[in-house]
Design a protein around this ligand. Sequence first.
Ligand code: UT7
Length: 372
Amino acid sequence: MKYGRIAGWGKCVPQKVLTNADLEKMVDTSDEWIVTRTGIRERRIAGEGETTASLSVAAAQQALDRAGIRASDLDLILVATSSPDYLLPPVSSMIQDRLGARCGAFTLVAGCTGFVYGLATAQQFIATGAYKNILVIGAEIISRNVDWTDRATCVLFGDGAGAVVLQASETRTGVLSFVLGSDGSGAEHLMMKGGGVVMPMSQRVIDERTHYVRMNGREVFKFATRVLARAAAEAVEKSGVSLDDVDLLIPHQANLRIIELAARQLGVPMDKVFVNIDRYGNTSAASIPIALVEAIEQGRCGENSTILMVGFGAGLTWASAVVRLGALEPPRFAMWQSIPGRARVRARVAMGALSMRIGALLLPLYARVTRR
Ligand code: UT7
């Protein structure tokens, strides 16, 4: 049995910050309403030239560098998004080309839960032994699909991308269990009706603004509170670890109230829950991978941490996974792994000092040679 170790991780968010104060000037809303109802204070919005592919490539490049592999080592690229650059070609192929990878690639549409669906899918290719290195990306530029005159949606969303490299490993790491769910009977609660096959793009679509995201927030809220805790508990049960063994809960960042309620229903204290919705809003399929990357960067989880991911979204869909982080350093530094904790840090400092010494010794020699 092969496990899919998270060998690399990366994220990319646009530079441009849109604050609640900015939104107060655009629609009839207030910072107070947005913060108390959602927990969002600001979000990132893609600028000119930024696309789902460009954010994905930047996030993916970081993940590849951290994994210590090249794009040409990838066996598969899987991109979860509901806001691809074009309807055709699939954005996954654009990303494969820009990265310089020579492997299969496909785009997965499962709303905000797409990244967890992607992780679970990638894990299957690794478990069967078919593939060794798989790049999983969650990326969105929802700001281009949002009606900036609709206060019920435009205050909620943000843009960004997160990526991980799953690498085959014999150690029990990566996706330990997952739960994938779908209930299409609630589809109408979160939709972009115009621009598809049923309502192709037309003047009427544009006039009625049906090509933008429309959401019945209250219904999606109720759905989330029904499925989130249950899906998370099911994944924990299937994984064979106990909820107490979970070091960090990484929920989809859609609404702080939903996150708090799910944590309460599960009995997980908020200091074990990762929240960054205040800075990014709801980045849909990108929200869990961005949160994962920040959690690692902030030391909220690390080597051998057990993470519980859970999300919900358009479809309506839900997904959860128990993921164990393995060694977080690329294999080219594998020799460091064998040195325990503090000694490893000391050894690295000593190696750094030694290489500086050697550099200092060689510099006059180099200067003499080049002067001639
Ligand atoms: O990733 C999955 C996608 N979606 C979600 O996760 C969203 C899930 N739903 C939610 O997060 C919440 O339902 C919202 C944040 C969208 C809305 O919060 P709510 O507490 O459910 O508010 P509501 O929809 O019941 O609206 C309450 C009031 C309404 O006014 P009336 O009818 O009571 O007079 C809205 O018109 O708030 C009004 N409202 C706003 N007021 C100020 C709606 N949007 C805004 C706004 N600013 N931006």
